[in-house]
Design a protein around this ligand. Sequence first.
Ligand code: CP
Ligand code: NVA
Length: 334
Amino acid sequence: MKRVNLKGKSLLTLNDMTDAEVTHLLDLARTLKARKGLGVRGQSLRNKNIALIFEKSSTRTRCAFICAANDEGGHAEYLDVHDIHIGRKESIADSARVLGRFFDGIAFRGYKQTTVELLARYSGIPVWNALTDDWHPTQVLADLLTVQDSLGGLKGLKVVYVGDGRNNVANSLMMGCARAGMHFVNCTPEALSPAEDLCKIASSLASASGGSVSVITDPRTAVRGANVVYTDVWVSMGEEAKFAERLALLRPYQVNMDLMRATGNLESGKLIFLHCLPAFHDHKTDVTREIGPMEVTDDVFEAPFSKVFDEAENRLHTIKAVMVATLGCEEEGA
Ligand code: CP
Ligand code: NVA
């Protein structure tokens, strides 16, 4: 079998990777996770400088890049776009060419997918999409690792995403599940349906891997037989003006115990709940203090079948795998 070699590659969407490359990253993440679990610090990112260019807020992704680099002897430098010239006093292409001479890899989180594409085109070093309006590929690597860890595999499992069906997480999850031979259902109101061209690409990936992709509007029908119920916020970063509209559209799509029971799998041990986080599951945030839980209720979020914090931890191991593999450091410090 051909050895997977990701050296020099960027990760802008999951479409940039083959099925074998995704599998390889998950295997590498599992190895790195086990190594960290044993308390062994590696040196595979020794002398590597990583730039983190962030336009949008982040807890998990930012910290995952920083801790992953530290764990393996590298250094990550956080660059808030407001503190550097990119896109204002200097074009993205020029900043990319400068940063490419200083750093070994760049993670970018922000609005436009074209920004991360320009960074990749002009920097000459691996660039990783840490979330844009359209995609969140590193999230889905962690999601797939969490499903493997919790349910023992991926192929043939049914994943139902309930909520805003055309956001970055929904798009990436659809591609990831399709590649992994899973049965992916996007459950969303018609107004929030995923783009048709993306569904077509995902469907053809799924049919090649033995999976399937469908879009269903009725939540109770969609979740029947689900192994994974997944949701995300109803209003993504940058869409705050749509808050009232989304609340009205998505209230019937809240993941609550009633919906989890409708899977028919609650007692089977073959059902988990996932959420990329942050989640609006209680009254304890500025946003939910008055209105209460939004996309998921507290009893689901806190249930034993909820694997959201394993999923959050897996951001670290999978992001580490992406950096180690694409910087060509798999043989070093192992
Ligand atoms: N899931 C995720 O990307 O979290 P952050 O926004 O905290 O990075
Ligand atoms: N869809 C969410 C994901 C946050 C991790 C957003 O873009 O805000």
